[in-house]
Design a protein around this ligand. Structure first.
Ligand code: GAR
Length: 216
């Protein structure tokens, strides 16, 4: 099977990146990591990439305050240099502009630690907890010009428990993030994702059932 060439954009510790690396190395994900790009020089993600002999590049945003398009043009150049087919945002804490989206139409994915459209933005595990939600989870979606608004590819649901803290809920969600991101990329690699308006249909996906979740 053809391997899809990934460019992963990161800002921090990179546990999602690590899960992708591990799934590629174990053969469960038909992908190749062409490049990992960080906007932060000291991101641990860059170390993770280097340990696996993956090109790891720091693209500084220092001279691009208020010039997000200019910064994204740099990213596009770097991604194209590595012949990237699919751009994967994995804890990349910057807003993407049309400059990047136009270069990779329907080819930029993001993971978000909540069940979108609930709780977009930042610190969302804390917000879900404070709101009293009984379920939360994570979402992989294609990126559009809005903030966490693009067509949803896959979601995983976790319960919110009475004794949860922001940390315990984040950890429960993160465990699922590590599974669903690779699954979404694999579906893409297999050519099974079809975007119809806001909906992403999956070839050979589940048919009607009566599944449900109740918590508590
Ligand atoms: C993950 O929880 C990811 O969902 C979140 O940042 C964390 C990165 O962790 N992304 C966002 O909140 C994007 N809005 P990681 O660096 O260990 O993969």
């Amino acid at each position: 099977m053809k391997k899809v060439k990934l460019g992963v954009l990161v800002s921090g510790r990179g546990s999602n990146l690590q899960a992708i690396i591990d799934n590629i190395e174990s053969g469960s994900l038909s992908a190749e990591l062409a490049v990992v790009i960080s906007d932060q020089a000291d991101a641990y993600s860059l170390e993770r990439a280097k340990k696996h002999n993956i090109s790891a590049v720091h693209v500084s945003a220092k001279d691009y305050t208020g010039k997000r398009d200019g910064y994204d043009a740099l990213l596009v150049k770097e991604l194209q240099k590595h012949n990237v087919e699919l751009v994967v945002l994995a804890g990349f804490m910057r807003i993407i502009t049309p400059t990047l989206l136009k270069a990779f139409p329907n080819r930029v994915m993001n993971i978000h630690p909540a069940l979108l459209p609930a709780f977009p933005g930042l610190h969302v595990q804390k917000t879900a907890l404070e709101h009293g939600a009984k379920f939360s989870g994570c979402t992989v979606h294609f990126v559009d010009e809005g903030m966490d608004t693009g067509p949803i590819i896959i979601q995983a649901v976790v319960p919110v428990l009475d004794n949860d803290t922001e940390d315990s809920l984040s950890a429960r969600i993160l465990k699922q993030e590590h599974k669903i991101y690779s699954r979404a990329i694999q579906l893409y690699a297999e050519g099974k994702l079809k975007v119809e308006g806001r909906r992403v249909l999956v070839t050979g996906g589940k048919t009607a059932g009566d599944e449900f979740l109740i918590n508590p």
